[in-house]
Design a protein around this ligand. Structure first.
Ligand SMILES: Nc1nc2c(ncn2[C@@H]2O[C@H](COP(=O)(O)OP(=O)(O)O)[C@@H](O)[C@H]2O)c(=O)[nH]1
Ligand SMILES: [Mg+2]
Ligand SMILES: [Zn+2]
Length: 274
């Protein structure tokens, strides 16, 4: 029996990496009986002769969309055009990642497609997210980005068509992952990524994923959602259990009014709470 890490999954086949060797394994039947599915990222015990996964070691953390475990950093690939920037989606992704106890980092793409005015707006946006402790990069800042991700287990998340696979190809020019334009008719790419897979590139363990078209926040409590908006902790409201919605003397609403909290952040918070 050996211990390794699942680095790739296609339907029921799991590729386990162990001492730089790869083993294509099937999960043992007992997992299905107890409703347990191995995930890319899992540390597992496996039988290298029978090519079967015997046990899954406890997970440090686990993300639902994309499904993956034991991640240090989720790099949210956020395109500014095609698909257009959605701060609602970005804040949703941040919420899910923070509540999964994974460090979020934002990487903006397609700066070549935006106007000067939009570029100035991006600068302000980056400054705000940095001020609340979230690192931001663009896909034109490859050097500092790779530096920052050194030796980390990183998952690429973000909408289909945002530029996840393209980023991997950029980081390693010997890689030729399929990339694709999003088709407006289908709302999904023609040559998009269909499975989750880790690559070791430039001293980074980085996983490409299919991305997603929607995210669901209904499993979170109001308390969870409040905690996910990190900047709210800097303010104290009159009522300790204030939901920052209809309450009087709400320090959060005051901070929005005087520009200390980004209006889009607060609007997205309100929409998530509903
Ligand atoms: N103009 C522009 N296009 C990009 C950029 N990054 C990716 N793309 C294009 O966006 C499309 C979708 O990219 P892809 O990497 O497949 O996105 P994924 O679905 O997130 O993996 C492809 O046609 C890429 O060539 C960028 O920075 N600028
Ligand atoms: Mg892709
Ligand atoms: Zn409040």
């Amino acid at each position: 029996m050996k211990q390794g890490r699942i680095v790739k999954n296609i339907s029921n086949l799991y590729t386990v990496a162990c001492n730089h060797e790869l083993y294509n394994c099937l999960p043992r039947g007992k997992f299905r009986n107890v409703g347990l599915t191995p995930l890319v990222g899992d540390e597992v015990l496996f039988d290298p002769d029978k090519l079967s996964i015997i046990d899954i070691l406890p997970r440090q953390n686990e993300l639902d969309r994309p499904r993956i475990s034991n991640i240090d950093i989720a790099l949210i690939i956020t395109s500014l055009k095609k698909p257009d920037l959605s701060l609602n989606l970005l804040d949703k992704e941040l919420t899910c990642i923070i509540l999964a106890h994974i460090k979020p980092v934002i990487c903006f793409t397609k700066l070549d497609l935006i106007s000067q005015e939009e570029l100035a707006n991006l600068k302000k946006l980056r400054k705000y997210y940095e001020s609340i402790g979230i690192k931001t990069f663009t896909n034109l800042e490859l050097k500092p980005l790779t530096q920052y991700l050194q030796n980390k287990y990183v998952v690429l998340t973000g909408q289909t068509g945002a530029g996840k696979s393209s980023l991997i190809n950029k980081l390693d020019p010997t890689k030729h992952l399929e990339v694709g334009e999003i088709s407006l008719a289908l709302g999904r790419g023609k040559h998009t990524t269909r499975h989750t897979e880790f690559f070791d590139i430039a001293n980074i363990h980085i996983a490409d994923t299919p991305g997603f078209s929607s995210l669901d926040l209904t499993k979170y409590s109001k308390e969870d959602l409040k905690n996910a908006f990190l900047e709210f902790a800097n303010f104290s409201c009159l009522y300790r259990d204030c939901n920052h919605l209809k309450e009087d003397n709400c320090a959060i609403k005051e901070a929005v009014a005087n520009g200390k909290i980004l209006k889009s952040r607060y609007d997205n918070y309100c929409s998530f709470m509903r």
